[in-house]
Design a protein around this ligand. Structure first.
Ligand code: URA
Ligand code: SF4
Length: 225
């Protein structure tokens, strides 16, 4: 390999990105292995400034099923992995109850940096704005291209909005797949943190069962199509 050929991922790519306006991450990714470093260099919006790190998606590549959440929370920001806090615990349990290994799917978020407001020693999650969702969509597009899923599950309204490009009401779209692109369909469902917030025990159990059934139905849909 010549120097010219071995360079693109390092110095030349970096220079290219800098020319594009300050490490905006506008160059297409060659592989998902590049994602972590590239997300950390992203300056497409200002969320990165107050965070520990960017949180890229991870999991199987390619994957038939891709799950998209909202944005990293406090634990995800500290650990650098998606869904490793309380919402992740319940998501992992639901995946397991649906017969899905976490490493058989690809899991990511609509927005890759944690948005929060400090409250004493705690950092309280804030929903990303439409502008931030739009700015971060470039990364989601790259993940879709490289993971090439057959079905994308939007976990909650922010993910659905990011994928469809307009605000949506989750309850109206929930459960029936719609076409997302030439190769992928979209299945909108609730965010797993909703399951943590249902106050009534019986209702929480039934919402959880509905979510698990939906994951199973999604896999059955993939098998059929
Ligand atoms: N909530 C999300 O939407 N994503 C995470 O990664 C964690 C919590
Ligand atoms: Fe870039 Fe997304 Fe992070 Fe904003 S949240 S800096 S768009 S990676």
């Amino acid at each position: 390999m010549t120097t010219e050929e071995s360079e693109p991922l390092s110095r030349r790519a970096r220079a290219g990105r800098e020319e594009e306006g300050g490490l905006t991450g506008a160059r297409t990714l060659v592989s998902l292995a590049e994602l972590r470093g590239a997300v950390n260099e992203c300056r497409r919006c200002t969320l990165w400034k107050a965070t520990t790190q960017g949180v890229p998606g991870e999991g199987a590549v390619p994957a038939r099923l891709m799950l998209v959440g909202e944005a990293p929370g406090d634990s995800e920001d500290l650990r650098g992995h998606p869904f490793v806090g309380p919402a992740g615990t319940i998501l992992d349990r639901a995946l397991q109850d649906a017969g899905l290994g976490r490493d058989s799917v690809y899991i990511t978020n609509a927005v890759k940096h944690f948005k929060f407001e400090p409250r004493g020693k705690r950092r309280l999650h804030i929903k990303p704005s439409a502008t931030e969702i739009e700015a971060c969509h470039w990364w989601l597009g790259e993940e879709l291209r490289l993971v090439a899923p057959k079905l994308v599950m939007a976990l909650g309204g922010t993910a659905a909005r990011a994928l469809l490009g307009h605000p949506v009401i989750v309850s109206q779209l929930r459960g029936s797949p719609t076409r997302l692109s030439a190769t992928a369909h979209l299945w909108v469902t609730i965010h797993p943190s909703f399951l943590l917030r249902v106050p009534d025990d019986a209702q929480r159990r039934s919402e959880y069962a509905r979510f698990v059934k939906e994951l199973k139905d999604a896999v059955a849909w993939i098998d059929k199509h």
